[in-house]
Design a binder for this molecule. Structure first.
Ligand code: NAD
Length: 547
């Protein structure tokens, strides 16, 4: 095992903390076998006699098996979609206020059940209790936003027709029908539900496919929606390997909402394109942070620690590249490395609020993260802290890692590592740092730090990212539920949140009315006369600013 520059410090603390916080986790009392059986019983599987082997769900902290998750076949997916479609017709006919009442109740239920939700998130994902509770809060935040604005966004809007007074045109928003929501394991509860709920509010039914590893918390969230009054059948959960059930999910949907890697997003986009249905794709990132020469490091350091290591670096918007102005670079490296090492010492595998740093979601993923860091180390990068797994705490723990000296030939330079690691780069020239920040195929998130908002804004205007956070890592944009949030370049297509995050689940219908027949030629009217009248009308409407 190679020890990092400050690895000695981390090793000492980790040994101390392991006796205090680590060790073998046991499932908390709320997570009974009866609960797990009830939740796994909600998966649509085995309906068409096609049995798949169940998936063994693992408690990440220990590697212990916690239950078997039924796996759906493509036929099960079709059956689930048919059930959703039948329920959706009735649901779409409900007045919006009656649909919204379901989510008023769901908002309260989710808040009051946050401890159970957090535990179910932790079992499958391994994150800290603090982060799991934060994740659970995303769903009420999204519900609350759409409870406030859905009536305005979805109501029909009367637009002027081509001829004032005589014609009208009205924009209506009708539900698509069946929306497929495919979600990843990193924020499993938040993404699955916060993407399904606007679809449901808009009058759709949903076929939801969570990741196998983290399906339990999603199933519990669905159960809460049913307890809040969602009509039976309207939201069905299917589980399975993506390539196995994916084509059937897309073939049976009228719209696909996908969150995951850019590679899978491309496959989903191709399938949706073939079926000529819409899709919204929220994909990966390689997000830069720029610390300008006038930034206040007392504020930057704690925020950067969260932006890099929060959720153990498994957040799509988390920061993997930090560009620091020459004037602050050395101090930044010293303080950031110390803070990362301190955080590593607060790692723990516990279902309480003491640990501040959690596990990665699986041993497989931890090995992928470790491979990026080993590749960088082997090619000459400096590992200032971390760079080691933490098996004494849990099988998928990996220490917060800080690198410098990363060069373009290293995997971590350009690929999304999606773990608790960032590289610090020194810069002197602002034009050059903008070029470097944009030198990626991704465009999900970027962060700029300065004491001068005007200065930061000038840089931000030139960054190629769908989310830009000034004096923050990523929380401000992600938590602003009123503003659409999505990726540019290869980080996505479409957006969640804001009006766009609701309207994408609808078809816009244009209903035109002509009260008097003025748009077609009158009987026996010569065409040249009709043409002259048309030209005159168009000129006058422009002059009078009517159309
Ligand atoms: P992934 O693409 O491997 O899987 C995501 C989901 O798609 C899972 O449910 C998986 O089972 C399913 N899937 C896989 N192949 C499929 C196929 N052929 N057809 C249908 N479904 C398929 O991604 P992941 O590893 O679970 O998640 C991590 C990635 O997600 C990272 O790249 C991260 O940046 C990205 N992400 C993006 C956002 C965002 O909002 N932009 C949010 C969270 C995660």
């Amino acid at each position: 095992m190679v020890t990092a520059v400050t690895g000695g410090k981390w090793m000492e603390r980790s040994a101390m903390e392991t006796t205090k916080q680590g060790g073998t986790a046991t499932l908390p009392p709320r997570l009974t076998t009866a609960l797990i059986d009830r939740l796994t019983g909600m998966v649509v599987a085995g309906t068409a006699g096609q049995q798949r082997d169940p998936y063994e769900m693992i408690e990440v902290y220990t590697g212990n098996v916690v239950g078997e998750l039924p796996q759906s076949s493509p036929e099960d997916v079709a059956a689930a979609a048919a059930k959703v479609r039948a329920a959706q017709r009735e649901w779409a006919s409900w007045p919006l206020r009656r649909r919204l009442a379901v989510f008023e109740r769901a908002h309260e239920l989710i808040l009051s059940e946050h401890e159970t939700i957090a535990e179910l998130i932790q079992v499958g994902n391994g994150k800290t209790r603090r982060m799991a509770v934060e994740e659970s809060c995303d769903v009420p935040m999204v519900i609350s936003h759409y409870l406030k604005v859905a009536r305005r966004v979805l109501r029909p809007v009367r637009r002027g027709g081509p001829m004032p007074f005589i014609t009208t045109s009205t924009e209506q928003h009708r539900p698509k029908g069946v929306v497929a929501v495919i979600s990843p394991w990193n924020f499993p509860f938040a993404i699955s539900l916060s993407d399904s709920i606007p679809a449901l509010i808009a009058g759709n039914g949903v076929v939801l496919k969570p990741d196998n590893k983290t399906a339990l918390c999603v199933l519990y969230g669905v159960e809460l929606l049913y307890r809040a009054g969602l009509p039976r059948g309207l939201l069905q959960v299917v589980c399975g390997g993506g390539p196995d059930v994916g084509p059937s999910i897309v073939d049976n949907a009228d719209f696909v909402m996908f969150t995951g890697s850019t590679a899978t997003g491309r496959i989903i986009g191709e399938m949706a394109g073939r079926n000529l249905i819409g899709c919204s794709l929220e994909l990966g990132g390689k997000n830069p942070m720029i610390v300008l020469d006038d930034a206040n490091l007392d504020e930057v350091i704690p925020s950067a620690v969260f932006a890099v290591f929060g959720n153990s670096g498994q957040a799509c918007m988390h920061i993997e590249r930090i560009y620091v102005h020459d004037r602050l670079h050395d101090e930044f490296v010293r303080r950031f490395v110390d803070a990362a090492a301190d955080l590593g010492a607060k790692a723990g595998a516990r279902y309480d609020y003491t640990p501040e740093f959690g596990s990665l979601a699986s041993v497989d993923h931890m090995e992928k993260v470790a491979a990026h860091i080993e590749d960088a180390r082997a090619k000459g990068a400096t590992v200032h802290t971390g760079g080691v797994p933490m098996p004494d705490i849990g099988p998928a723990f990996y220490a917060p890692t800080v690198l410098t000296g990363v060069t373009p030939d290293m995997l971590h330079a350009t690929q999304e590592t999606f773990g608790p690691v960032a590289t610090i780069y020194r810069f002197c020239d602002e034009q050059e740092v903008i070029r470097q920040a944009n030198a990626t195929t991704y465009g999900l998130n970027a962060s700029v730090w300065s004491r001068s908002p005007a200065h930061a804004n000038r840089i931000a205007d030139r960054l190629e990212a769908g989310n830009i956070n000034i004096n923050d890592g990523y929380v401000t944009t992600y938590s602003s539920k009123g503003t659409p949030s999505g990726g540019v370049k290869q980080s996505g297509v479409g957006a969640r949140h804001g009006d766009a995050g609701l309207l994408k689940y609808t078809d816009t219908i244009n209903v035109g009315v002509q009260k008097v027949q003025v748009m077609t030629a009158r009987a026996k009217q010569p065409f040249d006369k009709q043409l002259r009248q048309t030209m005159l009308t168009l000129r006058w409407m422009r002059k009078l600013r009517i159309r």
